[in-house]
Ligand binder design. Structure first.
Ligand code: AMP
Length: 113
């Protein structure tokens, strides 16, 4: 099933792209929950976090490394940041394309709601 993020990756729906390389594509969340709120998706399609259990170590590693590269590029390494995966119904996942939220630019509260 083609999702919103497939369309953003294909350039069919506009987004503010902050980074892309061979492995990942990153763009600003349209409804930011922090001064920096960026979504990172793997270029190689996966449905959600749970699909990583069937991924090769190379693909899973490439995605996670890509998330870390994006956070560095966003200038978040010095003060820190949070990476969130919303998974399924209780996790409030709304788009069925694997994505990590990078949140930063302010002190984040804990525990999350
Ligand atoms: P999730 O709830 O984890 O599935 O996250 C989906 C995220 O996509 C939400 O934080 C939305 O604000 C974000 N979103 C929805 N539509 C767009 C869009 N057109 N461009 C950028 N982000 C979007």
């Amino acid at each position: 099933m083609e999702t919103l993020f497939d369309k953003i990756l294909a350039g069919e729906i506009p987004a503010t792209v902050v980074h892309q390389d061979d492995d990942v594509f990153a763009f600003k969340d349209i409804n930011p929950q922090a001064p920096v709120h960026v979504l990172v998706i793997p270029k190689k399609r996966a449905r959600g976090f749970e699909s990583l259990k069937d991924a090769t170590a190379a693909d899973a590693g490439a995605f996670i490394a890509g998330v870390a590269r994006v956070a560095e590029k966003l200038g978040l390494e010095e003060n820190g940041y949070r990476v969130v995966f919303n998974i399924g119904k209780d996790g409030q996942q709304t788009v069925e394309y694997l994505h990590a939220h990078i949140l930063g630019g302010r002190k984040l509260s804990w525990p999350p709601g």
